[in-house]
Write a protein that binds this ligand. Structure first.
Ligand code: ADP
Ligand code: MG
Length: 221
């Protein structure tokens, strides 16, 4: 599903956010990325989500060599194959939950009525059928993140990437969100989750540990 080969990312000023990372993640895996703040986790997730291009090295997603795709090709790859969840939810304010989710399907080729139907089903799936018409400010943090997961998953992308998805949540809400990722994984989605939470990381079948822009250890349990 994902293959990084000797990937580096240098920022202006000489910061090597990634110092030569090689990583293979197979279809259907559930992987935790762990490491101290500043170790390159978000940079790696952005590179493997094609939000950012590496300075050198190759990135293959679903067999596509990302460097060979045009910007519009990359946008299409992202829109159809990758779902993203971020720590701060990234929902549009003043927009109902159902429309936040439906807007994530804008590039799916579905008609507006079909997008809304899919969005409603995705919200039902995350247990928010009673919150369809609520705006983000009318939802708790845990509920907002459920909406964000519904939006990421509504198009049934084969790959879900999450950057500290429980970082802003209390323990109970975080556990609920993690259960959603487990359910999606059980249905065949490849899931990669950055987490600071040791218990969450330890509960996942594979942990990739980063430090100073490199992978320093791997644990499989
Ligand atoms: P993590 O997610 O593990 O906390 P990041 O991937 O965000 O780490 O950052 C890795 C390193 O790259 C850090 O030293 C950070 O300061 C630096 N960095 C991240 N983004 C940028 C940027 N846009 N410009 C310059 N340096 C950056
Ligand atoms: Mg980060």
């Amino acid at each position: 599903m994902i293959e990084l080969t000797e990937v580096t990312k240098l920022y202006p000023g000489g910061v090597a956010a990634l110092g030569g990372v090689s990583l293979r993640i197979d279809r259907g895996e559930l992987v935790a990325i762990v490491g101290p703040s500043g170790s390159g986790k978000s940079t790696m997730l952005n590179v493997l989500g094609t939000l950012d291009r590496p300075t050198s090295g190759t990135v293959r997603i679903d067999r596509y060599d990302v460097a060979r795709l045009s910007d519009s090709g990359l946008s299409a790859l992202r829109a159809t194959r990758i779902g993203f969840v971020f720590q701060q939810f990234h929902l549009a304010s003043g927009v109902r939950a159902v429309d936040n989710v439906a807007d994530g399907l804008l590039y799916s080729g579905l008609r507006a009525s079909q997008r809304r139907k899919r969005a409603a089903a995705a919200l039902e799936r995350v247990g928010l059928e009673h919150r369809m018409d609520h705006e983000p400010h009318e939802l708790s943090g845990g509920e907002r993140q459920r909406v964000a997961v519904a939006r990421a998953a509504a198009g049934e992308p084969p790959l879900l990437l999450a950057d500290e998805p429980t970082g802003a949540l209390d323990t109970a809400s975080g556990a609920g969100v993690m259960q959603l990722f487990r359910d999606l994984h059980a249905d065949g989605t490849t899931v990669v989750i950055i987490t600071h939470d040791r218990d969450i990381a330890a509960s996942l079948p594979r942990q990739v540990q980063m430090r100073d822009g490199r992978i320093v250890a791997e644990v499989r349990s």
